[in-house]
Write a protein that binds this ligand. Sequence first.
Ligand SMILES: C[S@@+](CC[C@H](N)C(=O)[O-])C[C@H]1O[C@@H](n2cnc3c(N)ncnc32)[C@H](O)[C@@H]1O
Length: 411
Amino acid sequence: MKYFSHLNTAVQILQQYNGSQPFGSFIKQFFSQHKKYGSKDRKNISHLCYAFFRLGKALPQLPAEERIITGLFLCSNEPNELLQHLQPDWNGKAQLPLAEKIQLIETHHSPCTIYDLFPWKDEISEGLNYESFCASFLTQPDLFLRLRPGKEAVVKNKLQQGGIVFREIGPFCLALPNASKIDTIIETDREAVVQDFSSQRIGELMEFIRGAYAKAPLRVWDACAASGGKSILASDIFPRIDLTVSDVRKSILINLEKRFATAGIRNYHTFVADLSASNVIKNTSLLRPSFAKASEGNQGSGGQVFDLVITDVPCSGSGTWGRTPEQLYYFEPQQIERYSSLQKKIVQQAIQHIKPGGFLLYCTCSVFKKENEEVVEFIQQQQSLSLLKTALLTGYDQKADTLFGAVFQKR
Ligand SMILES: C[S@@+](CC[C@H](N)C(=O)[O-])C[C@H]1O[C@@H](n2cnc3c(N)ncnc32)[C@H](O)[C@@H]1O
C-alpha cells in the first residue's frame, strides 16, 4: 500500500515541477514543507521521480504513473522492493539484458528503442558511442574524488577507516557510490576535490600544454571559472601559477574564493565580466592590475598577457545529464544553437588576451558537435590560432560525465 502512496506522491511532485530549477533542490524544498515523510519514504519517492526523468524523451505519451514504473524497470539491474510492489511481473526480469527489457516494454506499451531517450543522433560529436551514451542515462553516475598532490594516501586511509567503499580509477582518482557522505571524513578541497572523472581528465590537456610549452604556463586566466574546479586542477598541474579568474556571476566567485582559501590558493585575482558583450575588457588592469604596468611599454600588445586562457564555457551540459536527467527531459534542441553562438562570443573575447605562443584550452560538458567541433572550427577561422589537439572524454564506461576539450596555440 505504502508503495502506491509513494508512487502517487511522486506523480504529485512531478506535476508541480516545471524544470526551472534543479530537481534536487525542488524535491528538497517539497520534503521540508511536508515533514510527514520519513527517510525511507523520501528515498523511494525521489527514486521514482528520477526514474521518470531517466526515460528522457522516450515514451512521452505514457501517463506519469506508467512512465515512472517503466523507468524504474529499466533503471533496475536487480529485483527490488519497489518494483516488486508496483509491477511484480517485471521484478523477476530486472536482470535481463537491456535490449530484452525494452522488447518487453514494447509488448506492454508501444514501439520504443533505447535511442528514443536521446533522439539527436545526427547532432552528436565524432567518437561518441551513441548506444552506450543513451543507455548511460539509466544509471546514476558515481561521485568522483580527485586526490590533491601529496594527499593520496591520507584520503584513502580516511575513507577506509570511515567505511566508505571506493574504486581506484587511477593514482589520483577515486569513484564512490553517489550517496557517499564524505564531508565529515575528509577535508574537501584541501585534501581532495569532488570532480567528475572526465572533468579531471581535462588535466591531461593541461599536461599536454605544459609539455608543449617547454616551461609551464605562469599567467593563466580561467575565464568561465564558476566555483573554480578547473582552476584548482590547473594550480595542481602548473607550479608557480599566477591565476586570474572571472565569471559573469559574482555569487559563484564568492564560492570560488572560499574554495581557494581551503585549497591553499592565494596568488590570484578575480573579476566579474560578461564575456559575451563586446569590448568588455577595456584595459588590462581588469585582467590583473599588476599586468597593466608590465604591458605599457609593449606597444600594440592589446592586453595579450596570458600564457594560457581556459574557457570552460556555458553549454547545454548534455554530457552531464546522467546526473540531472530532468534537464534531458525538458531540453529543447533549439537551445543548442543559442549555446553555440554564446560560446563563439566568449572565446572571441578571451583569445584577444593570449600572448603570441600562448594557449587556449576550450572545454564543454556537451556531446553536441555544434558546441564542440563547430566552435573549434570557428576558433580556427580566427586566423591567429592553430589547433593542436582535441579530445572527447567519454564517461559512459566509468559511470562518469562526457566532456570535450581542445587545445590551440596562438601564432
Ligand atoms: C561550465 S561552467 C564552468 C565550470 C568551471 N570551470 C568548473 O570547472 O567548475 C560555465 C560558467 O560560465 C559562466 N558564464 C556564463 N555566461 C557567461 C558569460 N557571458 N561570460 C562569462 N562567463 C559566463 C557561468 O556563470 C558558469 O559559471
